[in-house]
Design a protein around this ligand. Structure first.
Ligand SMILES: [Zn+2]
Length: 154
């Protein structure tokens, strides 16, 4: 690529003031000698100056306020999401520990409870498992309803 072509490609950036010092010097040195590039640079400078004089559009204050609220809401959602993950992790861990402990207590008390209720120990265990499932389903349903209500408000 000869010098003219190389400089010619930089003329628009030179007019915009986007070149580094070395490139700007190359352009200045070349346009002194080359009429074509000097005319082209002159056009680009005129265009850049005209663009600088155009009024900068300002966003309406209501739009800025709305965007600010949306950003705050998004940040609050992200914080809540992290918090929800922490709670969920804790609940999973807690449920595993509780399930292990429950099984231990069921093993310990199912026979006395079965004698007291006059049913088999399998009935007590089945009832325990059924109640646990029911409580879990109820908790999951309430949590889902709560989340649905929250998403409806967003
Ligand atoms: Zn040239």
């Amino acid at each position: 690529m000869n010098r003219h072509n190389k400089v010619y490609r930089l003329l628009n950036l030179s007019a915009a003031g986007a070149l580094d010092e070395n490139e700007q010097m190359q352009v200045q040195d070349h346009v002194v000698q080359c009429d074509s590039c000097r005319d082209e640079l002159s056009d680009w400078v005129l265009l850049a100056d005209t663009l600088k004089k155009l009024p900068t559009p300002q966003a309406p204050s209501a739009l800025i306020l709305k965007m600010h609220r949306l950003l705050e809401l998004r940040m609050a959602c992200q914080r809540e999401s992290r918090w929800n993950w922490a709670i969920l992790s804790f609940l999973v861990l807690f449920s595993w520990i509780a399930a292990g402990m429950n099984w231990f207590f069921v093993q310990l008390f199912d026979i006395p409870l079965a004698r007291w209720l006059d049913v088999s120990s399998m009935t007590v265990r089945a009832a325990y498992i059924g109640l646990t499932w029911l409580a879990t389903a109820l908790a999951a349903g309430l949590l889902g309803k709560h989340l649905q209500h929250k998403e409806g408000n967003l």
